[in-house]
Ligand binder design. Structure first.
Ligand code: 13P
Ligand code: SF4
Length: 353
């Protein structure tokens, strides 16, 4: 039962003491999130992972996050993902074979090593971060995409951005004023991305056609209806939403930014929030006591099913195993991938600071 699991988790945590750090992403369900020693968005959690002295990092999040934790700790910590099936459908929309093919196809039109900075959203497999690291590229998260793109354009005139078209487009258009006509979408299902030579030559941003299956469920009409009903309300969205949703929002930012912004609002404020349900429900409960109303953007249940895979049962199992001296579900990135991936991640951290 959930109570038994809870008791097991608490007991294992106290036995492991400072040897253990549990990191929890904001999209985790309450029953898991409450056990996290640290919480945050992808950037904050990767910085936490790099900083901790704990021997074991149990990552309540998704696969790419655990990979990043292993990379930034140089494999010196044991990083554990409670359920190995906790992936990210957006991260899976790009892979090394497809990205290499794209790079080669671009090179038939222009020399990508001179003209194109590959930028990968942190929601991607480690080998794609390594690809960026070995082609003069960099990683970004939802909280530093603008700084990373500015750095990229200062070096080369074009960016290939993967896997999330929306973070790329929203950041370039809304925060940097790059016209939409200078952006093209690379359809990875089509030869040459479905683009002509001229389109590739003229584009400033080449956006991989990936998206988040959770955020694609929010629509501009959800915002329009809210504005009608609550004229003084405020709308805040994650940049994985499309440009229409972000364009109609009052604020756009990472999960950490959303929490910070809503938490600092005055009593009486009424919010509509366009991001994953577990975060929004928890925030709504927290803010009720402060007289702030928080509403979920969609009438549908938009949950990240892979974040949801991490349940108290899996958490209790991996912790119990550690207590017994066994390591299960460890995430290890091979050194030849981790090294160039780390270079791209380190660059990101330097650019942000
Ligand atoms: P952040 O928490 O970094 O904003 O990212 C959201 C997300 O979708 C994680 O996969
Ligand atoms: Fe991936 Fe979207 Fe889930 Fe984030 S919310 S982990 S981007 S599928």
């Amino acid at each position: 039962s959930d109570e038994e699991c809870d008791a097991k988790i608490v007991a294992a945590k106290s036995k492991l003491g400072k040897r253990l750090a549990i990191l929890g992403h904001h999209y985790q369900r309450n029953e898991v999130f409450k056990h996290a020693d640290f919480s945050g968005d992808s950037l904050k959690l990767s910085q936490m992972a790099a900083k901790t002295d704990a021997e074991f990092i149990v990552f309540c999040g998704v696969h790419f996050m655990a990979e990043v934790a292993d990379i930034v700790t140089d494999g010196q910590r044991t990083v554990i993902l409670p359920d190995l099936a906790a992936g990210c459908s957006m991260a899976d929309m790009a892979n090394l074979v497809k990205v290499k093919k794209c790079w080669e196809e671009i090179s038939s039109v222009l020399d990508p090593d001179q003209h194109v900075t590959p930028v990968t959203y942190i929601n991607s497999a480690a080998d794609l971060k390594a690809f960026c690291g070995s082609h003069g590229g960099i990683v970004c998260t939802s909280s530093n995409a603008k700084a990373v793109l500015e750095w990229s354009f200062a070096r080369r005139d074009k960016v290939l951005f993967f896997p999330d078209q929306h973070l790329g487009r929203n950041t370039a258009y809304m925060q940097m004023g790059i016209p939409l006509e200078q952006m093209v979408t690379w359809d990875f299902m089509k030869p040459r991305g479905g683009l002509t030579d001229e389109q590739i030559r003229n584009a400033k941003m080449i956006l991989w056609k990936g998206f988040c299956s959770v955020h694609q469920m929010f629509h501009p009409n959800h915002i329009a209806k809210f504005r009608e009903r609550v004229p003084n309300g405020l709308v805040i969205s994650h940049p994985e939403n499309d440009l229409e949703v972000c364009g109609k929002s009052d604020f756009v930012g990472s999960t950490e930014y959303i929490l910070r912004t809503v938490r600092s609002s005055q009593p009486g404020t009424h919010w509509l929030v366009g991001t994953e349900l577990n975060l929004v429900n928890r925030l709504a409960d927290e803010m009720k006591a402060k007289g702030v109303t928080v509403e979920f953007m969609s009438p549908m249940v938009c949950m990240c099913s892979t974040m949801f895979r991490t349940d108290p049962q899996h958490l209790a199992w991996v912790l119990d195993s550690l207590v017994e001296g066994k390591t299960v579900n460890q995430i290890r990135v091979p050194r030849e991938i981790a090294q160039p991936a780390r270079a791209a991640l380190d660059l990101m951290l330097e650019v942000v600071d």
